[in-house]
Design a protein around this ligand. Structure first.
Ligand code: ZN
Length: 246
């Protein structure tokens, strides 16, 4: 493969990732959906339009009540008995689900002290296509910062759903490491989370993301047990030889 081909392949993969991110952004943005709906783009056979159409057909079947066969290309068999979910699910009240975020319900009396943050982790995610970028970022980081560098994990570990490595750093390093990672993310996805006495919230609700976000399966994380430090400790193990470029 020539150097030119390699560059082209790299550009193609970035474009594909960009397109996936754009699709998610469109799906998650109600304003964007309204805009598409008004312009008729969705009505012309888009994903949402076909989902709405399927829902309408289903409502007709449900409201058929057995008096007449439901419209459509197939017959729905009539079995004796009733669904445990009732005969008229369309009448069920739609209510707001209970909140599950900490301190959200009821509203907190005062803000949580920022001094509860004892240190930070940066988790750098990679895959089989971009691991060399992650390896370069790992090398650059260790050369420039006195941090706690963790293992190179080629499989998901803990709450992290893709291969990753992490480094831990002190609060004092935050004003340099965050902008440094912003400008040197090499198109990788990076999670920066604080370390407080609540690891579940640290990963799920207190996170900063560089470049883009991805799922973190930290829903079952617990506070440290008795005999363990209340907050995860950082033990620097790198031996920097360079200063960050300015
Ligand atoms: Zn972490």
């Amino acid at each position: 493969m020539s150097k030119h081909d390699q560059i082209q392949t790299e550009n193609l993969s970035v474009t594909a990732i960009d397109n996936i991110d754009r699709e998610w952004a469109n799906l998650l943005s109600p304003g964007r959906r309204q805009l598409l709906g008004r312009s008729g783009l969705l009505a012309g056979g888009g994903l949402l339009a076909s989902a709405l159409g399927a829902g309408k057909a289903l409502a007709q079947v449900v409201q058929g009540d057995g008096a007449a066969p439901p419209p459509g290309p197939f017959e729905v068999p009539h079995l004796p008995g009733h669904s445990p979910w009732g005969d008229h699910p369309e009448r069920e009240a739609i209510t707001r689900p209970p909140g599950f975020r900490p301190n959200e319900d009821p509203l907190p009396a005062k803000p949580r002290p920022y001094t509860d943050i004892k240190s930070y982790h940066a988790h750098i995610y990679f895959n089989e296509d971009n691991y060399q970028k992650a390896a370069l970022l790992r090398k650059w980081s260790a050369e420039r910062f006195r941090v706690e560098m963790g293992h190179w994990n080629t499989k998901p570990v803990g709450p992290h759903v893709t291969p990753s490595f992490y480094f831990g750093f002190s609060n004092e390093q935050l004003p340099v490491i965050v902008p440094w990672l912003q400008l040197n993310n090499l198109d990788l996805t990076i999670l920066i989370h604080p370390n407080t006495d609540d690891p579940r919230s640290d990963h799920l609700y207190y996170a900063l993301w560089v470049n883009r976000a991805q799922p973190v399966n930290a829903f079952d994380m617990k506070k440290p047990g008795k005999g363990q430090p209340a907050v995860e400790q950082i033990y620097p193990n790198t031996h920097p030889t360079l200063k960050p470029e300015v």
